[in-house]
Write a protein that binds this ligand. Structure first.
Ligand code: APR
Length: 251
């Protein structure tokens, strides 16, 4: 993978002139922080499981201890991770455009730790726990194998959105509004396989926005974007920020 990448000048200009930039991120933006993506082969303990078979309410009710073991493993791994240059560049970009709405499918909180302020967690946050019955956010003893709700004594669950569950209403409304209002939509590090997040780019395009993707691989949607940058996010986003700064200096 090249250590640098050229961002097309017309893409830089379109972002520079954007009134509202909407960014959607997926697991790929945290990959360089050491957080495994969902559809890269899982290594070690979890290689025999697919996330799709663990991140569901049915799987949780079938074996809450197994699902909690997976989430505890992920929480410990993410707690040791640091924001990478991609997260930091996005946080910097927020101060360089009139408005940047950041929608993340990630539950790791790394955007906030990198300094991004307007972050919409489309799939929740792995460090939040909720009562399985009431859905309310709760504080519970994180060291027990299967935490319980202090209010009702029932099961506590990770505060993330599982397959088959609905996106939190405020997060969905924010994302749909931003996708329809923005004039530049940038998708970063997502396989664009899971809806409704995967449909935001189309919404933005239909509303007249320029649509771009940064991904280390080519995706099925690459040909439908105005720009498709095949590069690691930790290389492409700093290059984009530098190009914008250079553009400014040249003006
Ligand atoms: N830079 C840019 N892109 C990367 C990098 C990187 N360093 N590493 C991996 N990628 C890309 C992969 O090519 C892939 O397209 O990131 C994408 C990761 O895809 P997934 O693992 O499917 O993750 P994501 O798109 O976020 O999944 C969406 O599915 O499992 C559910 O709820 C889960 O939020 C998740 C959703």
């Amino acid at each position: 993978m090249s250590a640098n990448v050229a961002i097309p000048s017309d893409m830089v200009e379109a972002i520079r002139d954007a009134r509202h930039l909407c960014v959607l991120t997926g697991a790929g933006i945290s990959a360089e922080s050491g957080v495994p993506t969902f559809r890269d082969a899982h290594t070690g303990l979890w290689s025999q499981y697919r996330p799709q078979d663990l991140a569901t309410a049915d799987a949780f009710l079938r074996d809450p201890e197994l699902v909690w073991r997976w989430y505890h493993w992920r929480q410990n791994l993410i707690a040791k991770a640091e924001p990478n240059p991609a997260h930091l560049a996005l946080a910097r970009l927020e101060a360089m455009v009139p408005r940047l709405t950041l929608i993340t499918q990630n539950v790791d909180g790394l955007h906030q730790r990198a300094g991004s302020t307007e972050v919409t967690e489309f799939h929740g946050n792995i460090f939040v726990n909720r009562c399985f019955i009431e859905g309310l956010e709760i504080e519970c003893d994180k060291d027990t194998a299967v935490p319980t709700c202090p209010a009702c004594g029932g099961l506590a669950r990770p505060g993330v959105v599982w397959f088959g569950e609905t996106i939190p209403e405020v997060a969905l409304d924010t994302a749909l509004t931003a996708a329809r209002d923005c004039d530049f939509f940038l998708s970063i590090g997502t396989s664009s396989l899971v809806y409704p997040a995967a449909g935001l780019a189309d919404l933005a395009r239909e509303a007249g926005a320029v649509v771009a993707e940064i991904n280390s691989q080519t995706t099925d949607l690459a040909c439908s974007y105005n720009f498709a940058i095949q590069a690691q996010a930790g290389v492409a986003l700093p290059a984009l920020v530098n190009s914008l700064l250079g553009h400014r200096a040249a003006l």
